[in-house]
Design a protein around this ligand. Structure first.
Ligand SMILES: [Zn+2]
Length: 135
């Protein structure tokens, strides 16, 4: 289960909409309690690819975010990116790039009228959807 605060949900969505038609990306930090993850901080990053179909995070921004997490005693929980015109499920490329099995991967789809956010995590050989709770 991934808990996301409503203000962070809106922060992610606003960032994704602002980057349209390109994909947006960022990092999720917070605390882990067993299987439960509580997002306490969202970092909005630059998609260096400036692409509508894929993303790569700015390494300098990533480094700064990780440093900031350490200072706040937070853990990296995962990342997020948007799908401007496709559904909220991991693409072949997303699966290939999701190499950290301990992380959560949030995808925000803007292809429908209402945004759809889903979280995925590796379980054995598959990326399985995990429950996302907006609190
Ligand atoms: Zn994707």
């Amino acid at each position: 289960m991934l808990y996301l605060q409503r203000q962070d949900y809106h922060k992610i969505l606003a960032h994704c909409r602002k980057q349209l038609p390109q994909e947006a990306c960022g990092l999720l930090a917070g605390r882990k309690d067993g299987e439960n993850c509580q997002v306490e901080m969202v970092y909005l990053l630059t998609n260096m690819d400036h692409s509508e179909e894929h993303f790569s995070m700015d390494p300098r921004e990533q480094f700064a975010a990780l440093k900031n997490m350490r200072e706040r005693n937070m853990e990296l929980l995962g990342n997020f990116h948007s799908h401007p015109i496709s559904q909220a499920s991991p693409s072949m490329e997303d699966r290939r790039l999701a190499f950290d099995r301990g992380l959560r991967y949030l995808i925000a789809s803007l292809s429908e009228k209402e945004p759809v956010l889903k979280v995925f995590m590796w379980q054995e050989m598959e990326m399985k959807e995990e429950t996302l709770l907006i609190v």
